[in-house]
Design a binder for this molecule. Sequence first.
Ligand code: F6R
Length: 245
Amino acid sequence: MKIVIAADYRELSQMAAEIVAEQVRTNKNSVLGLATGSTPECMYAILSQMHRQDNLDFSGVITFNLDEYVGLAPDHPQSYHYYMKNHFFNQVNVKSCNINIPCAEKNNPEKVCLEYDQNINNSGGIDLQVLGIGTNGHIGFNEPDRFLSVDTHIVDLTEETIEANCRFFESKNEVPRRAVTMGVGSIMKAKKIMLLASGFHKAKAVKEMLSGKVTTELPASLLQLHHDPLVILDHEAASLLQAKE
Ligand code: F6R
């Protein structure tokens, strides 16, 4: 796994944005896998600036988001649909017909999941997948468990994730209990993967992710089996990497 350690969150975001920009410049019809959460916020801001100032062109780009809550309408301020519009899609020229975010609200959820993976395949597969990592090592909403699902599926969120995400809601009771997420197989099929982690609270998960061992109890550890993964950390997230047991 290639690991790059940035001085701070800003530098991490700049590096990540440059990699996405390079992908889009090299292939204007790139298929991007996108994440939400606090970590990529600054990366999206820099990409939006690159679009405005340097004409970085997203008009041919197709996007697939990793996940979405079940139980929040797309216009709910905490939905990932809303996040993506606010932080990225409204700031750049991605065509709305090229934006894909799983939505299990209207139709049969199994059908939604199946069609999501089919749409990824039909688009030629994801060229670059952007990931964050949960404090419990989740990727997308693939939570630690004895078994992980390969394909896009509906998942019950763990207490730890509900706790971590309640900072975005008025109260813990408002955090949805279920989500739809790309599976670990859908993620691992991406041609390139770029995982971003920032802050001391991610250091333990990062250390375990890079331990040389793979376990479904730390879903991000599976990325060690990918052929082209890049991990960009800030100093805080990397702080346990040199520590002796
Ligand atoms: C979001 C996602 C999650 C986050 C993870 C880290 O689409 O898939 O796996 O990447 O929970 O979230 P932050 O960046 O808020 O710490």
